[in-house]
Design a protein around this ligand. Structure first.
Ligand code: GLC
Length: 484
């Protein structure tokens, strides 16, 4: 009988010892990671252990059904019998997908419509290419598109002006975002959720290594990341200090803007059209980031996007992570090994003149396509998804940050997503915008010029000063084309 005893394999031994309470949560995570177990498996072992030992640890939302917090907004139409609404929303593999499908089902049950979840591309850069293809061909296939906060200038020609039907709803949303989404007086997209780059950290590891607070400056982050990595990587060779988005795509533009702006290095192109990228503080910030590659960050961080970053952090293989708010709910899901061990705060800043905390403004809006044959139903769908009720539910269950101020002040949001409520000033207006208003429909070319060179700096293919000079030259051409 002992031939097949579970304790004969390393994994079996880990499970057995954890159940008898011989191992701490940290030991289980370390050994699980060293055995190459995935986050959900480690999470299962941890939760089996905690059911026995510390059942009171369970988070309040842990046993709730997806969509449990959705309350139907008042005044929606109930006569949309069978009306098709194809809505291009999150990526197919998004952790938010199940929630969105439930939200859509509730909309259909209430209104009679036949709305459908259509997955979009994972990368914002790829997604834009597909949207441009479909909308450029005036395709009637999709009715609603989620659009990035940097795209109103690009999407304006394809959008129904939502001011005609939803001005009252728009008045509830942050004025800064409504203004961002308004092109020549037309509301191109209704704000849905807002994003800001945040620093995630392992509060248990900071404590263990004697750090009382998360880092305020990039130098402090480097020091902490190195110390923790040195201590952890013996048991867990995949462990790294800091993970972020270094691939050549829109996400790197977001990271790069944070590095340079937090170091007093400007916003690439200023709101008045001046190209300011070529300055010593920006260059220094890029050199600093390049020095992380292969030291406190993995060699292949230059291929990371948001999901790969989270794939490193969520199973316990990194001390710090730069990501958007959605990542929090993933790390606190019932099967996560990091429940109660993750802190969230502002990204660090530089040490020199003009240094300040910087979080890139991100976020998504709902646009109704001009080529949709079902515009009335599509508008009703936008009214539903961008209502205070749905924003609140998306915040509570999926940790997306709302675009309606009163949602942050809601007691349930304050209790269940304390970090979002605390960071309200950042989401309300304290984040730094990419230069998408001033570069209008040429924003994507500007961003490509920036992120492709930045990626070369990170991989060591280009030296920072030379690459920045090249970015500057390209941006000057783009601005000239726009008449600056
Ligand atoms: C997030 C942000 C979006 C940004 C993208 C980059 O989705 O909300 O604004 O462009 O990340 O990857």
């Amino acid at each position: 009988m002992h031939g097949h005893d579970s304790t004969s394999s390393p994994v079996g031994r880990l499970v057995a010892q954890s159940l008898t309470g011989q191992l701490s949560r940290r030991d289980i995570m370390r050994r699980g990671a060293a055995l190459g177990l995935s986050a959900p498996v480690i999470g299962m072992i941890l939760s089996a252990q905690s059911r026995g030992a510390m059942a009171q640890d369970a988070t309040p939302a842990a046993d709730q059904e997806t969509g449990w917090s959705i309350v139907m907004p008042e005044g929606l139409r109930t006569d949309l019998d069978g009306a098709r609404v194809r809505a291009v929303l999150a990526a197919a593999a998004s952790p938010d997908r199940d929630w969105l499908e439930v939200a859509i089902q509730k909309f259909n049950d209430h209104t009679g419509a036949a709305a459908e979840f259509v997955p979009g591309e994972e990368s914002a850069t790829d997604r834009l290419a597909i949207y441009n293809q479909q909308l450029g061909a005036q395709s009637p296939d999709n009715d609603v598109y989620q659009i990035d906060v940097i795209w109103p200038g690009i999407m304006a020609v394809h959008a129904v002006d939502l001011n005609q039907s939803l001005a009252d709803l728009a008045a509830l949303h942050f004025p800064r975002i409504v203004e961002n989404n308004t092109v020549n007086g037309a509301l191109v997209g209704m704000p849905w959720f807002t994003d800001a780059g945040l620093l995630y950290y392992r509060s248990d590891l900071l404590e263990e290594y004697g750090f009382e607070e998360p880092p305020l400056t990039w130098s402090e982050l480097q020091e902490m990341a190195q110390t923790i990595q040195d201590g952890e990587s013996g048991d867990n060779p995949s462990f790294r200090g800091f993970v972020w988005q270094g691939n050549a795509y829109e996400g790197l533009t977001c990271n790069g803007l944070e590095w340079q702006f937090s170091n007093g290095g400007g916003r690439i192109v200023e709101p008045d059209g001046t190209v300011t990228i070529n300055n010593p503080q920006a260059i220094e910030s890029f050199e600093r980031a390049a020095s992380w590659v292969g030291t406190i960050s993995p060699d292949d961080v230059t291929t990371y996007n948001e999901p790969s970053t989270l794939n490193a952090f969520a199973p316990g293989n990194a001390a710090f992570m730069r990501n958007w708010p959605y990542a929090y709910s993933v790390t606190q899901a019932p099967d996560s090994p990091l429940v109660g061990m993750v802190g969230v705060t502002q990204l660090p800043m530089g040490d020199g003149e003009g240094a300040q905390h910087a979080a890139t403004l991100g976020g998504w809006q709902m646009m109704v396509s001009k080529y949709s044959p079902n515009q009335d139903a599509a508008i009703e769908f936008v009214k539903y998804m961008c209502s205070p009720e749905l924003e609140k539910a998306y915040t509570i269950e999926r940790s997306h940050s709302p675009t309606i101020g009163s949602v942050y002040d809601d007691p349930e949001v304050q209790e269940l997503q304390e970090f979002l409520a605390r960071l309200k000033p950042v989401f309300e207006g304290g984040s730094v915008a990419r230069p998408s208003t001033v570069t209008a429909d040429l924003y994507n070319s500007a961003s490509i010029a920036y992120f492709s060179r930045l990626n070369q700096i990170l991989t060591g293919q280009a030296d920072a000063a030379t690459a920045v000079g090249e970015i500057e030259a390209e941006l000057l051409d783009i601005m000239a084309e726009l008449g600056y």
